[in-house]
Design a protein around this ligand. Structure first.
Ligand SMILES: [Zn+2]
Ligand SMILES: [Zn+2]
Length: 137
């Protein structure tokens, strides 16, 4: 039993490592900033919301049910934790739409949205913030 538990811990550790790599890799691709910590009140609030959802039993996509893996949380589609592929589908579906310019902090539609990635443990949160929310104004 302890063997199984440590295998789980190893998997969880590997998932955390992978999440870190993915977050910085995606950040490079998207021109987004990868922030290991919490930089502004809006991000802090959204992460708190995410934690509450996880505690309440946030559903996961069908690809994530097999144990610890990297989970992606897209702030504008917050009802589910997703695998990389499903998260990518959400991003692709949003691109070029009006929702693409909507700030996840204040809900305003702006011309320039700042894609932001936050990584904690094996979870990568993807946010789009307006200039004001991004700067913590
Ligand atoms: Zn999936
Ligand atoms: Zn905003």
């Amino acid at each position: 039993m302890s063997g199984r538990r440590s295998a789980y811990a190893d998997q969880a550790k590997a998932a955390t490592r992978e999440a870190k790599q993915i977050a910085s890799h995606w950040a490079t691709l998207a021109g987004a900033e990868h922030r290991p910590g919490l930089a502004n009140p809006t991000s802090t609030r959204l992460v708190r919301e995410l934690n509450m959802r996880i505690t309440a039993g946030l559903p996961v996509c069908r690809h994530l049910t097999g144990g610890p893996g990297v989970g992606f949380w897209v702030a504008w589609k917050p009802e589910r934790m997703r695998c990389a592929r499903c998260a990518h589908d959400v991003l692709a579906a949003t691109r070029g739409t009006r929702e693409d310019g909507r700030c996840d902090g204040c809900g305003q539609v702006v011309d320039l949205i700042h894609p932001t990635l936050l990584q904690g443990g094996s979870v990568v949160a993807i946010l789009g913030l307006c200039g004001d929310c991004e700067a913590g104004r």
